[in-house]
Design a binder for this molecule. Structure first.
Ligand code: ASP
Ligand code: CP
Length: 329
């Protein structure tokens, strides 16, 4: 069985083993549209087991001998390092291409060629790229699974999975909750993925943004078709008191063609201790990070501030995803 080289007897409940017939074996994860509620329950069950194993033994050999290529065309702290930590905690190893300018991309190599090169040396790839659709394109050419680590202003599916896992860990099932997303909803790929994923549940969604950064109408339409109530605001005041989860995002400077337009909206919202006085006592405050002034550091010790816990949950979810696509969960 797996879990060799640990000093622990394997629990009969662990959903681990050689599962090459599992529906996720060899699959790419490009969009949250690939998931239904059954899949989510399964992923989170595996993520729970991963957390338990990390707490018990730290590192174990589920993916011993497997190699992840981490291919990042855009900066990252959390996605790159949590996938690295996830792979290493599972006994695997990582080829880090965190700065494509030192790779042959700077000589003009195309994405399909880069991906087809890296898959010769690895079993799974994580790709972050500035263009919408880049992961789908890579998956078209690759034989190994591609995990979308953010494609421009498109999607960030593994982030949405960890965001949903955070909501469930902190609040229980999302049914009945009101989730308010605030900030740059136009360019923010995390909110594009999270709103779609939440539409699988019986939730209410509020969107708070400056007029020029509203949630794209095609996403609103898609969610509307699922019968989910959605409201748009330019100020947080009206939505805050009914909010169970406040999901704050950064204005995505790198997606603005006009720097002046960015300057006008960059400080649109700042969550402070005063803001939190009007929030529910059990509301949770989330942020995919990095924050650049949208949440005051004075809030970091408020028990409702979930953004650091959110990052840790991310590693367990990514461990689960790696095990699934490599046929070990
Ligand atoms: N880190 C997240 C992303 O890459 C959010 C952000 O950068 O604002 O989409
Ligand atoms: N949340 C997130 O994707 O963070 P990074 O951009 O640091 O990877």
């Amino acid at each position: 069985m797996i879990l060799a080289n640990t000093n622990h007897t394997q629990s009969p409940h662990l959903p681990f083993g050689d599962q090459r017939t599992s529906p996720w074996y060899g699959k790419s994860i490009i969009s949250v549209k690939q998931f239904n509620r059954h899949d989510l329950r399964y992923i989170f069950e595996v993520a729970h087991e991963m957390r338990e194993m990390v707490e018990r033994v730290g590192t174990f050999d589920l993916l011993k001998g497997k190699i992840l290529a981490n291919l990042f065309y855009e900066p990252s702290t959390r996605t790159a390092s949590s996938f690295t930590a996830a792979m290493e905690r599972l006994g695997g190893s990582v080829i880090p291409i965190n700065e494509v300018k030192y790779s042959s991309v700077s000589k003009g190599e195309s994405l399909p060629d880069t991906v087809r090169s890296l898959e010769c040396y690895s079993d799974v790839l994580v790709l972050r790229h500035p263009e919408i659709g880049a992961s789908a394109l890579a998956a078209k050419y690759a034989k190994k699974p591609i995990l979308n680590g953010g494609d421009g202003a498109g999607e960030h599916p593994t982030q949405a999975l960890l965001d949903l896992f955070t909501i469930i860990e902190e609040h229980g099932q999302p049914d009945g909750l009101t989730i308010t997303m605030l900030g740059d909803l136009k360019h923010g790929r995390t909110v594009h993925s999270l709103s779609r994923l939440l539409s699988l549940y019986d939730v209410r969604l509020n969107y708070v943004s400056p007029d020029i950064l509203r949630m794209p109408s095609e996403i609103i339409q898609e969610i509307e078709e699922k019968g989910i109530p959605q409201n748009e605001y330019t100020g947080l005041e009206e939505a805050l008191s009914e909010t169970d989860v406040l999901y704050v995002t950064r204005v995505q400077k790198e997606r603005f063609a006009d720097p002046e337009a960015y300057e006008k909206v960059k400080g649109a919202y700042v969550i402070t201790p005063e803001t939190m006085q009007s929030a529910k006592s059990d509301m949770i405050l989330m942020h995919p990070l990095p924050r650049v002034g949208e949440i005051s550091m004075e809030l970091d010790d408020d028990p409702r501030a979930a953004y650091f816990r959110q990052m840790e949950y991310g590693m367990y979810v990514r461990m689960a995803l790696l095990a699934m696509v490599l046929g070990k969960a």
